[in-house]
Ligand binder design. Sequence first.
Ligand code: CTP
Ligand code: MG
Length: 231
Amino acid sequence: MAIWAIIPAAGIGSRMQSGVPKQYLQINNQTVLAHALTRLSAVAEVECVVVALHPRDSHWATLALQEGPRLTTCAGGDDRCRSVLNALAALQTRAQQDDWVLVHDAVRPCVTTGDICRLLGEVAEHPVGGLLAVPVSSTLKKAGADGNICATVDRTDLWQASTPQVFRYGLLRKTLTDAIAAGVLVTDEASALELAGFAPRLVRGRADNIKITFPEDLPLASLILQAQARE
Ligand code: CTP
Ligand code: MG
């Protein structure tokens, strides 16, 4: 079974409020996207990485990466799930139905190659696939409409989903297509599988695999990458 990878990188980063989309901001002299790509590409078993770009992307070319059989791009869609679906379509002449597809956010530059390999190892015998996730560590509060607490939510059995998420090519494409057709714009791949009645595997990942969302995430990611380089 071959392993393919997809990086949805077509977002505009509205919560970051920067002129440049957050996947193209620099951390430690490299763009966020280049960090993520380097870490996925370090997994030798990955045949090809497809990066979904915004139709009006003007930054990808400045990375000056060599495109070819191991790295290609496609146009992203209006939502993350549509970007992933477009990338799956771009692989249709190469991927077999039962091949694995790793999907990793362009804005998670701190994922370790060790975690990606552990994820692949843990789902190898799984009928559906799975994702890296971290057990929730904080006490969770539910807010009422007035901004005051209306409940404390039991965090036992609650996990924060991250990426990569890895599923079979055929089943991922079908469940994503069906979710969108049903009007559900899922924010991760596992949700599409769950909607279809499947139960993906939760694989405990490192808590430092943060998603760059707000401005304060940038210096944090910079420190994490420096600390990882010393490991
Ligand atoms: N993404 C994408 N296509 C979209 C929207 C998002 O490929 N139409 C990608 C983003 O580029 C990012 C990942 O999906 O790598 C996770 O999305 P998120 O963190 O929500 O990024 P944005 O949508 O860009 O940010 P925001 O929600 O703050 O606007
Ligand atoms: Mg978004």
